[in-house]
Design a binder for this molecule. Structure first.
Ligand code: PMP
Length: 782
C-alpha cells in the first residue's frame, strides 16, 4: 500500500475563512492595488470574492483555507501558472502578482492562523450540468481535461507528494470513515468498491504513468460559455498521482448526474483520447477507478456531515447522484459493470462488442476482401486478436496465445522501444526520401556494416516482395540476362517478377524464364543427409538448371534462395551447399541473391542466415522483421551492381526509407543488440529442438526435427511408411491453437510444422510449446 506522507493540517477538517466583504475589498487594495466592490463567489474550503472595479473589470480574490501551508499555496499557484504558460490557449484563471511582485499576500488573524490571499483573473462563464451538454461539448470537455494533464506533465513541486484524501489512490484509507456512512447497506456498497479497488487497482497503480495533475477537473471547476470551456479554476486539489486518476475524477463528476451515465462518459473519453491515448493498464483500471472516485465522494461527504451536523444538508446535497450510480453498479455486478465500461473504452466510436461481432463476421469480410484466395485466414476457427505483448497475443475475450508462428515481431509484439520510436518520429516528421535525413543514412550504414565489406550499397523499400523485385531488376540489368533459378517450392513475393520466382504459388502455368532446383532436403529428398557430399550433389542441380535455361535459349540472371528454405519445409544446409550454389551461379554469369526476408535479423542465431555458409552474396534482400511489423524492407548489394542499374534510369520509392520506417528499423537493430536476441535465439532454439527430439521418442508421427536458432521445422509423417501426413499436420496446428499455442505448416506437402516465434521466446515458452504439441499429437491420433 501507499505510505501516507503526513502534512500539517487537514484541509477536509479546517473550516473556511470568514472575512467580511469590507476586509476583502481592503485586501484587494492593499496587496494588489485593485479597487473594487466584493461579492461572494462561494467555496467549500476557501473564501472566494469577486471584486469589480468602477469600470466593470473583475478579478477573483481567494483567501485560502488556513490548513493550506505556504508550500501548498505555492504548489497550486505555480501549477496554474505552468498550465497557462504551457498551453496558452487553455482559459486558466491566472494568478496576478501583488504590488511588490509576490504571488500572494498574507494576513495574520487573532485566531492565530495565517491566511494567504491571491488575486486571479476573472473568467466569464458558469458551471453547467453534464446532462445539458451535447455530445460535441462533452467531447470538447474531454480534450480540455487531457490538455490540462498534458500541460502539467513537465511540472514539479515537492508539495505535490502530500496526501490528499480525494485522491483515489488513497481509497484504502476510506475504511476508517465507513462508520460515518448511514445505513448498513450503503456501508457494504462502499466496502465492496474498496475491496474491488484493493484487489484490482492497488497492486498496479504504482506502475502507471504518474505526474502532477489538477485532480478536480469537474464541471464546477470548468466554467462554460457558448458551449465551450471558458474557465479552468481551482487548483486546490493539485497532486502527484497516476494520470488516469485525473480522468476518473472528471468522469465520476459527469456520470453522477446522468440517467444513462455510460452514454455521457463515452464522448468525454473520446475527447480525452484524441489528445492523450490511454495506455492498456489505464484502460483496464478506469472502471474501478471511477467507481472508487464515487465511493470516495460519498464517504468523505458522510464523514464531513457527521463532523459538521449543522451543515450536513449542504455537504451531502450532491450525493444522491453518486449513490444512484453506486447502486446501479451494484445491480449490474462487477462483471457487467466492467463490461459496460470496456464497451465504451475498448473502441469508443463503435462499441467493442459491435466491432468484435463485425470483425468476426466472415460474410462481411468476404464481401469486401475478396474471399479466401485474396485474403486467406489461419485456422479452422479464425482468430480475432486485439493485442500483443512479447511472445503473446490476446483475443477479444482476453485469452492469451503463445505466438510461436510470427517472425515479423522479431523483438516481441509491440516492443515499447519500437512503438515509441515509430510514434515519436510520426509526431516529428514523416516524408519521402528526397530530403536529407539522418535516419535513412544511419540505417543503411548499420545494415551494410553488418554484412561483408563488398556489400556497401543499400536501397530501402517497403516489403520483401519489393526488395526481391528490385533484386531481380538489379540482376537482369547487371548481367544482361533474363533467366532465373529458384528452389522447387520457393516463395519470393507478390509482384509480377517475384511471383514468377515463386513456384509455391504457381497455379498451373510455369514461367518459361524460370528453372527450379530440388530444395536441399536431406530427410526426404534424393540425397539423404547421412550420405557424404549430399549437399554438394543438391547444389549440382543449379548447374543443371543453367542448362535447362540454355535449352530454352536463355542465360541466367540470378539464383534466388531463402537462406533457410522456409517454404520448402525449413531446411538447414551445411556451409558447402550455398558455396557450391554460388560457384555454379557465377560460372553461368549470374548473380546470387540471398533472400533474408525470413531468416534475417538474428533468427538463425547468426545475424544473417547466409553467414554460416561463409559466402558473400551478390545481393541480399531484407524485409518482414526489419521494422517489427512496420513496413520497411531493403536491398543490399555491391556498388558495381548498383551502378549498372543506375544507368538504366532513376529508381525512387515514395515510402521506401521514410523517417518513420527507418526509426522502426533502427529501433529493431538496437533492441536486437541490447537484448542479445540472436544469441538467445541460438540457445533457446537448441533447447527447443532438443525437447522436440525427446517428444519424438514417444510420438512416432514426428519424422524429423530440424532448423537453426528459432526457425524450426517438425515434419509429421505416417509412422511406418514415412509418407507425409498433411491432414494430421493441419489437425495438429488447429489443436495447438485450441490449446493456446500458435504455429503454422509449410513444405511442398504441407506436413512440416513451422515454428518461428519472436526471438524473446523463452525456455519456459519452449516447454509450453512442447507440452501443447505432445497433447495435440495425442488428441489427433487418439
Ligand atoms: N521472401 C520470402 C522468403 C518470404 O517468406 C516472403 C513473405 N512470406 C517474401 C519474400 C515476401 O515478403 P512480403 O510479404 O513482405 O512482400
Amino acid at each position: 500500500m501507499f505510505e501516507l506522507p503526513k502534512q500539517p493540517g487537514d484541509g477536509l477538517v479546517a473550516t473556511p475563512p470568514e472575512f467580511t466583504f469590507a476586509e476583502a475589498e481592503g485586501m484587494g487594495r492593499r496587496f494588489f492595488g485593485f479597487v473594487g466592490t466584493a461579492t461572494d463567489l462561494g467555496s467549500e474550503r476557501d473564501q472566494n470574492f469577486r471584486l469589480t472595479d468602477d469600470r466593470g473589470h473583475s478579478a477573483v480574490l481567494k483567501v485560502s483555507n488556513p490548513a493550506d501551508t505556504r508550500e501548498i499555496v505555492e504548489l497550486q499557484t505555480l501549477a496554474a501558472m505552468h498550465v497557462a504558460r504551457t498551453d496558452a490557449e487553455l482559459p486558466v484563471a491566472r494568478p496576478l502578482p501583488t504590488l511588490d511582485g509576490s504571488l500572494w499576500g498574507s494576513v495574520e488573524r487573532h485566531d492565530g492562523f495565517s491566511y494567504f490571499v491571491r488575486l486571479f483573473t476573472f473568467l466569464d462563464g458558469s458551471s453547467v450540468d453534464a446532462s445539458d451538454l451535447t455530445g460535441e461539448q462533452l467531447r470538447d470537455l474531454g480534450t480540455v481535461i487531457a490538455r490540462v494533464g498534458r500541460a502539467l506533465r513537465g511540472f514539479f513541486h515537492p508539495a505535490a507528494g502530500r496526501m490528499l484524501q480525494w485522491d483515489v489512490k488513497y481509497a484504502a484509507e476510506l475504511r476508517t470513515m465507513l462508520a460515518d456512512i448511514e445505513g448498513e447497506r450503503r456501508q457494504k456498497l462502499v466496502t465492496w468498491v474498496i475491496d474491488w479497488f484493493e484487489t484490482e487497482a492497488a497492486p498496479v497503480l504504482r506502475q502507471l504513468r504518474a505526474q502532477i495533475v489538477h485532480g478536480d477537473l469537474v464541471l464546477d471547476n470548468l466554467l462554460m460559455a457558448d458551449g465551450h470551456v471558458s474557465g479552468i479554476i481551482d487548483f486546490g486539489d493539485v497532486t502527484h498521482t497516476p494520470l488516469v486518476c485525473d480522468l476518473a475524477a472528471s468522469l465520476a463528476d459527469v456520470m453522477r448526474v446522468a440517467s444513462d451515465p455510460f452514454a455521457l462518459a463515452s464522448p468525454v473519453i473520446q475527447g480525452y483520447r484524441s489528445i492523450t491515448e490511454l495506455e492498456n493498464d489505464e484502460k483496464m483500471l478506469l472502471p474501478v477507478l471511477v467507481a472508487t472516485r464515487f465511493a470516495t465522494m460519498v464517504t468523505i461527504s458522510a464523514s464531513r456531515a457527521r463532523r459538521y451536523p449543522e451543515n450536513a444538508e449542504n455537504i451531502t446535497a450532491w450525493d444522491s447522484g453518486s449513490w444512484r450510480f453506486l447502486e446501479t453498479l451494484e445491480d449490474l455486478g462487477p462483471v457487467e459493470a466492467e463490461r459496460r465500461f470496456r464497451a465504451i473504452l475498448a473502441i469508443d466510436d463503435r462499441t467493442a462488442l459491435q466491432a468484435r461481432h463485425d470483425a468476426q463476421s466472415l460474410e462481411r469480410r468476404r464481401g469486401v476482401l475478396g474471399g479466401s484466395t485474396l485474403s486467406p485466414l489461419s485456422y479452422t476457427q479464425p482468430l480475432y486478436l486485439v493485442r500483443g505483448q512479447g511472445a503473446w497475443m490476446f483475443d477479444g475475450d482476453g485469452r492469451a496465445y503463445l505466438d510461436a508462428y510470427n517472425n515479423v515481431p522479431v523483438v516481441g509484439h509491440c516492443h515499447p522501444a519500437v512503438t515509441e520510436a515509430i510514434a515519436s518520429q510520426a509526431r516529428t516528421l514523416n516524408t519521402n526520401t528526397r530530403y536529407l535525413h539522418e535516419h535513412i543514412v544511419e540505417l543503411a550504414e548499420r545494415l551494410t556494416a553488418s554484412m561483408p565489406e563488398e556489400l556497401d550499397t543499400c536501397v530501402l523499400v517497403n516489403s520483401g516482395s519489393e526488395a526481391n523485385d528490385m533484386a531481380w531488376r538489379l540482376a537482369t540489368s547487371f548481367t544482361g540476362n533474363g533467366g532465373g533459378i529458384v528452389s522447387q517450392h520457393a516463395y519470393h513475393g507478390i509482384t509480377e517478377a517475384t511471383d514468377a520466382l515463386s513456384p509455391e504459388v504457381w497455379a498451373g502455368s510455369r514461367p518459361r524464364h524460370v528453372a527450379t532446383v530440388p530444395a536441399p532436403d536431406g530427410y526426404r529428398g534424393p540425397y539423404p543427409r547421412r550420405e557424404p557430399e549430399w549437399a554438394t550433389r543438391f547444389a549440382q542441380h543449379v548447374a543443371d538448371a543453367v542448362s535447362v535455361l540454355a535449352e530454352r535459349g536463355m542465360r541466367s540472371a540470378a539464383t534466388m534462395m531463402d537462406s533457410a528454405f522456409t517454404s520448402d519445409g525449413i531446411l538447414p544446409t551445411p556451409p558447402e551447399y550455398l558455396r557450391e550454389v554460388m560457384r555454379h551461379t557465377h560460372e553461368a554469369g549470374a548473380l546470387f541473391v540471398a533472400d533474408e526476408v525470413q531468416t534475417g535479423f538474428g533468427r538463425t542465431g547468426d545475424f544473417w542466415g547466409f553467414e554460416a555458409s561463409g559466402i558473400t552474396p551478390d545481393i541480399v534482400t531484407l524485409g518482414k522483421p526489419m521494422g517489427n511489423g512496420h513496413p520497411v524492407a531493403a536491398v543490399v548489394t555491391r556498388s558495381d551492381i548498383a551502378q549498372a542499374f543506375a544507368k538504366s534510369g532513376e529508381f525512387f520509392s515514395t515510402f521506401g526509407g521514410n523517417p518513420v520506417a527507418c526509426a522502426a528499423g533502427l529501433a529493431v537493430l538496437e533492441v536486437l543488440e541490447r537484448e542479445a536476441l540472436p544469441a538467445r535465439a541460438a540457445t533457446v532454439g537448441a533447447y527447443l529442438r532438443q525437447e522436440l527430439n525427446s517428444l519424438a521418442q514417444s510420438h512416432p508421427w514426428i519424422g524429423d526435427v530440424r532448423g537453426r536458432g528459432l526457425l524450426i521445422g517438425v515434419e509429421l509423417v505416417h509412422p511406418n511408411t514415412r509418407e507425409p501426413a498433411p491432414s494430421e499436420t493441419d489437425a495438429v496446428v488447429n489443436a495447438m491453437r485450441e490449446r493456446g499455442v500458435l504455429i503454422g505448416a509449410t513444405g511442398p506437402a504441407g506436413n512440416v510444422l513451422k515454428i518461428r516465434p519472436p526471438l524473446v521466446f523463452s525456455r519456459g515458452n519452449a516447454d509450453m510449446l512442447t507440452t501443447a504439441l505432445g497433447a495435440a499429437l495425442s488428441a489427433v491420433h487418439a
